[in-house]
Design a binder for this molecule. Structure first.
Ligand code: SF4
Length: 490
């Protein structure tokens, strides 16, 4: 099921990857049960908040240089997207590009459109996008509303392509289809594969696809040590770069959750092999990752020397940081595979990992399972006693944090770190997924953690004045943070 078949839509993660939204146990158990595919998701009887695939699908496509994205949705769905403007503006600026924001239009489906149809609104939005921005490609995101009324995006896209003269790419990311919002990543990549990616004209031996989020340009420096070029995908690209991703010599990804769907298709259909290594977060994963890249790019003769000199270069500072962080405990909260990346770094910095929460869990990844980041993590750190799968439910996380009492909360998403602060836990936001890669990234993360720990007095002050908006019943009388899973009610 995981192979690209040029169907209109990609299968959602619940069915394709046996993804689940709840688990509470330990790392070895999670790994074993996932390998056997025996975990089942349990519904919460109370959900405080969530996101959806519509929002997630926008992450990559809104940053494409020549594109406009149209949300074929009520305006409420589309209000999730403009926040990405800040990321794209910041990244284009830091990459030395002309700073630019996102180009996004909502077709604004209203109640009456769900009865009489919203096709004309979509055509109007496409014409408006064409007139205002003269793009080279338009992406259309479907929403619950357009999905429920059965809007025929294929026909409208085909018809309007004739009118505007370039590709219009439907992205089927209706929120109701999947409880796993990461299904939105796959929906965007599927649209890109179907309608934009072309067969290679010539292979570029020194070019490596790196699938990542919009972030800082740290991979160029790391791979530059091997004399290899980075092809970031799909972030800030122009259309031509996307079309030519098949010319790269191999593909890597910052985490399996983000992009094993597309890297698997590139390997199977376009002979662009996947890197068989966990991503370059922490020392040994970076070493392995570089060795793999070197194999494909013909750099095996210099890679060991690069690794050795990098180890020597960072060793003194790493030792200092380890001493400063000695005895400290950390709780990691992030999307699935990225949580393993951050945990691997924390371990290399000498921190004790008291727990990990991941936002969902794919029991396997697309592809041929030649490596598994959780397995690699367990091999290195040993069992991690507390692993949870919880999709950003603050009322649950706050109880977990109160129980485990880590010195540091390391979180990948805004909105989580204030929970730690309110409890007197120093909290660090890892908003830029590229910032902690490689040897320099390890040092940078260590320095940021040491700096964060220096705010303890301030954090205590916040905690002394913060009000936690939950009842005494929930905070003190109920022991199980996951009480509302499995059918329990108040
Ligand atoms: S779940 Fe559906 S209605 Fe809600 S924001 Fe997502 S697409 Fe819109």
């Amino acid at each position: 099921m995981s192979e690209f078949t040029n169907t209109v839509e990609v299968e959602v993660r619940e069915r394709r990857l046996q993804a689940i939204l709840s688990y509470h146990g330990n790392a070895e158990d999670l790994l074993k049960k996932s390998n056997e595919g025996e975990l089942k998701s349990i519904n919460r009887t109370y959900s405080q908040c969530s996101s959806c695939a519509f929002s997630c699908s926008a992450n990559s496509i809104v940053s494409v240089e020549d594109a406009v994205v149209i949300g074929h949705s009520p305006i409420g769905c589309s209000t999730q997207i403009p926040g990405r403007n800040v990321n794209v503006l910041a990244a284009t600026g830091s990459w030395g590009m002309k700073p630019r924001g996102i180009r996004y239009i909502s077709s604004n489906i209203e109640e009456k459109d769900t009865i009489y149809g919203a096709a004309e609104k979509l055509r109007t939005a496409i014409r408006e996008a064409d007139k205002r921005y003269h793009p080279k490609v338009i992406f259309i995101q479907s929403s619950c509303a357009s999905g429920i009324i059965g809007e025929d995006l294929e026909s409208i896209a085909g018809e309007m392509e004739q009118e505007v003269g370039y590709s219009i790419v439907p992205v089927y990311c209706e929120g109701f289809k999947s409880k796993i919002w990461a299904s939105g990543f796959d929906a965007s990549y599927h649209g890109i594969l179907r309608k934009l990616v072309k067969a290679p004209k010539e292979k570029q031996k020194d070019l490596v696809n790196v699938f990542s989020f919009v972030g800082s340009d740290t991979f160029s420096k790391l791979l530059g040590k091997l004399g290899v070029r980075v092809n970031y995908m799909v972030t800030l690209n122009n259309l031509e770069e996307i079309e030519k991703m098949t010319e790269a010599t191999c593909s890597a990804t910052i985490c399996e959750t983000l992009s094993t769907y597309i890297t698997n298709v590139l390997e199977k259909d376009y002979n662009v092999p996947n890197i068989v290594s966990p991503p370059p977060y922490g020392i040994n994963w970076t070493d392995n990752w570089l060795r793999e890249i070197a194999k494909f790019t013909g750099k095996s003769d210099i890679v060991e020397e690069v690794i050795k000199s990098e180890h020597e270069r960072i060793r003194p500072r790493l030792e200092e940081l380890r001493q400063q962080l000695q005895g400290k405990t950390i709780y990691v909260m992030s999307g699935q595979a990225f949580a393993y990346n951050l945990s691997n770094i924390a371990y290399d910095l000498g921190l004790k990992i008291v727990g990990v929460n991941q936002l969902h869990h794919d029991q396997h990844y697309d592809g041929d399972h030649r490596f598994n980041a959780l397995e690699s993590l367990v091999e290195k750190t040993g069992n991690i006693e507390n692993i949870s799968v919880c999709n950003l439910q603050p009322y649950e996380i706050i109880k977990v944090l109160k129980k485990l009492k880590p010195d540091i909360l390391l979180a990948r998403h805004r909105g989580i770190t204030p929970l730690g602060t309110k409890l007197g836990i120093v909290s660090l936001l890892e908003g830029d997924s590229n910032s902690s890669i490689g040897y320099d990234g390890l040092i940078s993360m260590g320095e940021r953690l040491v700096e964060a720990l220096q705010t303890q007095v301030l954090v205590d002050n916040f905690a002394n004045h913060a009000q936690i908006p939950y009842s005494k019943w929930w905070l003190e009388e109920i022991e199980d943070p996951f009480y509302f899973e499995g059918g329990k009610t108040v």
